[in-house]
Ligand binder design. Structure first.
Ligand SMILES: Cc1cc2nc3c(=O)[nH]c(=O)nc-3n(C[C@H](O)[C@H](O)[C@H](O)COP(=O)(O)OP(=O)(O)OC[C@H]3O[C@@H](n4cnc5c(N)ncnc54)[C@H](O)[C@@H]3O)c2cc1C
Ligand code: FES
Ligand code: FES
Length: 481
């Protein structure tokens, strides 16, 4: 284990940039990319709106070398990414889009053509989201455009003209200056050394591991160290709560945690796999998972957020946990010596509490192959469709007899208690009943035995109960046959 590297290197546009954490360095290693950009004199195009991933004004694009050897472009919220996380990547901001002669990029031209900007505060963010789409999707549908913009808010222009600009730009996608320079960019990116790193400032130590072994060794040595993967939860401690993270262990560079293995027994998904990768790769195999991911945060959030991070947070309103319960997922954790496989129901121990020892890390999540004829479904209710965590969510695992009676049912709810949990009384009532709307309506009263929800900023207790009851009916409506 050698954490000798004390610098990061990245391509800033086409320029190789290096930031060294030596005695002269004044930047904290948990400086966000947005804070860094706003500190530069000629890069004020990237805006700070909320500093918590909710508005998209800070959207920038990362280009990395993908598995096919081509560049992959991803729009991310720069307010949630710490500087060490851009090592080895190309960072593109709004200032990089037009060429040296100030000729606008086709996505910018389209925004001008369609009058898609008024005050302009949100515009760089929209342009960068559109640029990433332009560079990554060969045939964008209306749905993919809406999905790409779900993390960008505009208060004055109105979304119609922005959407029209997207259609215009994406109708005719010609190779742009980035395509022309792709070979050169890849060559430059390949010159950047990888490897474990450590960035120290007066009151912080930030470790960046590139192997699971080195991360486990560190976790053993510093059991209280702050782990992060995508940092979409942890970054808020810095940007909103103004906490100084004294010791950080960043897992986002560990490739072995980013694999998806499909076997005859099911799927093994590495804890570091991003939610967007899961959404793109598991469409036909785990459709309910993909369904919930379609309303998870925004594309910018999903590009960085990981499945391991969602479990690590163990929020009672975390979107994935009830569904992982319905899938009977098994969480695999690893310590310096032993590996443990823990069924998700046992893994979630309480409010933000998980079965993870101080020297362990979550390494993968196993999704057993669902039995044939078993229906797995989920629903989420939030105040708005995109960019909002659940108020109440439900997931169901169901088996019916040939004459449409319920032979087995497990219903899990999020947002109804301090932890996501099964509705035991409701399930017991439902066994042997006919699978029809009236049954689910009747079952609603049993939820009152299962849960005593609280009132908070998202909903009153009474509202939560009403939502949960309606979700029972919705789950039937989704699967009437
Ligand atoms: C704007 C916005 C929208 C969001 N929308 C949603 C939403 O719709 N639904 C939802 O459920 N959540 C949502 N979230 C919360 C967050 O994005 C998710 O919980 C996400 O899955 C966290 O993943 P991460 O990799 O970013 O976690 P991080 O922030 O890196 O870590 C989260 C926690 O997990 C721990 N952890 C991470 N990896 C490991 C590991 N391998 N082993 C052990 N512990 C680990 C960390 O120590 C930390 O405690 C949203 C967040 C934001 C900012
Ligand atoms: S500043 Fe709002 S998403 Fe980053
Ligand atoms: S143009 Fe003003 S916020 Fe979008």
């Amino acid at each position: 284990m050698s954490f000798n590297r004390n610098y990061i290197e990245f391509l800033f546009g086409n320029k190789l940039e290096r930031i060294v954490w030596d005695d002269q360095q004044t930047l904290s290693p948990t400086t966000t990319v947005l804070q860094y950009l706003r500190g530069l004199s000629n890069f004020k195009g990237t805006k700070e709106g909320c500093a918590e991933g909710d508005c998209g004004a800070c959207t920038v694009v990362f280009a990395t070398i993908g598995v096919n050897g081509k560049l992959e472009y991803k729009a991310v919220n720069s307010c949630l990414v710490f500087l060490p996380q851009i090592h080895g990547k190309q960072l593109l901001t709004i200032e990089h889009l037009s060429d040296k002669n100030s000729v606008l990029h086709p996505v910018q031209e389209a925004m001008v053509e369609m009058d898609a900007s008024q005050c302009g505060f949100c515009t760089p963010g929209f342009v960068m989201s559109l640029f990433a789409l332009y560079k990554s999707s060969s045939q964008p549908t209306n749905e993919t455009i809406l999905d790409a913009f779900a993390g960008n808010l505009c208060r004055c222009t109105g979304y119609q003209s922005i959407h029209k600009a997207a259609r215009l730009a994406l109708n005719e996608m010609t190779p742009d200056s980035f395509t022309q320079k792709e070979k050169e960019t890849i060559q430059l990116l390949q010159t950047i050394n990888k490897g474990d790193a450590c960035f120290k400032s007066a009151n912080q130590v930030y470790y960046f591991s590139e192997t699971l072994d080195s991360a486990l060794t560190l976790k053993h040595k510093f059991p209280k160290i702050q782990i992060l993967s995508g940092a979409s939860d942890i970054a808020l401690k810095v940007t909103k709560k103004k906490e100084i993270l004294a010791e950080v262990l960043d897992l986002s560079g560990i490739e072995e945690l980013k694999t998806i293995h499909k076997t005859s027994l099911g799927h093994d998904i590495g804890s570091g796999v991003s939610l967007q990768t899961m959404k793109e790769e598991l469409h036909s195999e785990l459709p309910s998972l993909v369904k919930i991911l379609s309303v998870f945060g925004s594309k910018q959030i999903r590009q960085v957020a990981t499945i391991g991070g969602n479990l690590g947070s163990a929020s009672p309103i975390g979107d994935l946990i009830p569904l992982l319960m319905a899938y009977r997922a098994v969480v695999v954790v690893k310590g310096p010596i032993q590996k443990r496989s823990i069924p998700i129901l046992a893994f979630i121990k309480g409010y933000h509490q998980i079965d993870l020892l101080e020297d362990e890390l979550i390494t993968l999540i196993h999704f057993p192959k669902p039995k044939q004829n078993r229906i797995i479904d989920c629903e989420k209710i939030s105040k708005r469709i995109d960019l909002d965590i659940s108020t109440v969510s439900a997931a169901m695992e169901l088996e019916l007899t040939p004459d449409k009676k319920i032979s087995s049912i497990q219903l899990y709810f999020g947002g109804m208690a301090a932890v996501a949990k099964i509705a035991t009384n409701t399930c017991v009532f439902l066994i042997g009943k006919k699978w029809e709307a009236a049954t689910m309506e009747e079952a609603g009263s049993f939820l009152e035995k299962d849960f005593a929800p609280i009132s908070d900023a998202r909903a009153e207790a009474i509202g939560r109960m009403a939502l949960a009851k309606n979700l029972l009916i919705k789950l039937w409506q989704n699967n009437p046959e």
